[in-house]
Design a protein around this ligand. Structure first.
Ligand code: NAP
Length: 310
């Protein structure tokens, strides 16, 4: 029987034996709602094949109402682990038995390991972003003054926590709903003990999504990271006005599309270096593979498969 591209919550709960019956058995998956668009199966399956691991990685379409039930059904169905995507990352944090410290800090779980009948939760989004930045721009987060757009969302929070853990030089949290950015700044304050940066500006600040505030902060930044959902649709406007971009600013758009984005087009037009979220996607997946199998991920195999799938 050919392995379907996607399974339902009902498949897992009513027919757990189904998954071990495929050749190779389905023992990993990404859980989401929607999930059909996920690129993870292409590069995770390429990694499994390259490493000679007798398992395959599929998609599980699970609505929020059945998420916890599905988590609990994973051990009996023979799963080694799963990835978790929109909208379940917060529920996954609450639903696992053991939470890694990084996942606890980032407020979400995107990678789960099945260990007997216990579920262990991790977050690879922030570390994946960090690896992507190093790969794309040959710099480390800790050396950068970062302006983070969309700090109040799930990805934004994971990136902010990573910046804090790595003690980046400066972190400006920007969010449409300012209160969320302020709460996050209060939480992350202990990671920025010196309080003041050269020129007297706070090392950690929260600002509204207003042009004048953005202009002031971007003038003193090394990198702007877009973690808002703006840019996912081809018709989307740029997340910030093109006039705010300068040639020395690095521009990272966490949104991943096969084409570019308005933000990256605007960056290229002023001569700024830019990169899209494919690197973050690849590295968060490679880190998940390393967590499941305790061995290095075949990164170049995964990259080739991801690019071929676009
Ligand atoms: P989310 O939790 O829904 O957060 C969305 C964020 O966007 C919030 O901060 C929200 O602000 C902001 N936002 C939405 N519409 C806006 C608007 N019109 N103006 C200003 N801000 C707006 O989504 P998420 O899961 O964090 O995902 C965000 C993006 O990151 C998506 O594009 C996703 O594809 C990408 N992502 C990429 C990777 C990767 O591996 N490359 C991984 C995860 C996510 P409010 O708080 O005010 O609502």
């Amino acid at each position: 029987m050919a392995t379907p591209d996607i399974f339902s919550a009902e498949d897992l709960i009513s027919a757990p034996a189904l998954f071990m019956g495929f050749e190779p058995p389905v023992r990993l998956a990404v859980i989401g709602d929607p999930v059909a668009h996920s690129k993870s199966p292409s590069f995770q399956n390429a990694a499994l094949r390259a490493c000679g691991i007798e398992a395959s990685y599929s998609r599980l379409h699970v609505p929020p109402s059945r998420f916890t039930e599905v988590l609990r059904a994973l051990p009996a169905a023979g799963f080694l682990g799963v990835n978790v995507t929109i909208p379940h990352k917060g529920a996954a944090l609450a639903g696992v038995d053991v939470v890694d410290a990084g996942a606890r800090a980032s407020g979400s779980v995107n990678t789960i390991v099945v260990n007997g009948d216990k579920l262990h939760g991790f977050s690879t989004d922030g570390p994946g972003l960090s690896r992507a930045i190093r790969e794309e721009f040959s710099v480390d987060l800790r050396d950068l003054r970062v302006v983070l757009l969309g700090a109040g969302g799930g990805a934004g929070r994971a990136i902010a926590v990573q910046c804090a853990i790595e003690r980046c030089a400066r972190l400006v949290l920007v969010n449409r709903t300012l209160e969320k950015a302020r709460r996050l700044a209060a939480e992350l304050e202990p990671h920025f003990p010196s309080g003041r940066f050269s020129g007297g500006a706070d090392r950690l600040v929260a600002i509204p999504f207003e042009e004048a505030d953005l202009r002031r902060e971007l003038e003193n930044a090394d990198i702007v990271i877009n973690a808002t959902s703006i840019g996912m649709k081809p018709s989307d406007e740029s997340v910030i006005p093109a006039s705010l971009l300068t040639p020395n600013l690095l521009v990272y758009d966490a949104v991943y599309t096969s084409g570019g984005s308005r933000l990256l087009d605007d960056a290229a037009a002023v001569g700024a270096r830019g990169a899209n979220g494919l690197g973050m996607l690849l590295h968060q997946g490679a880190l998940a593979f390393e967590i499941w199998f305790n061995r290095p991920a075949p990164l170049e195999v995964m990259r080739k498969a991801l690019l071929a799938d676009l």
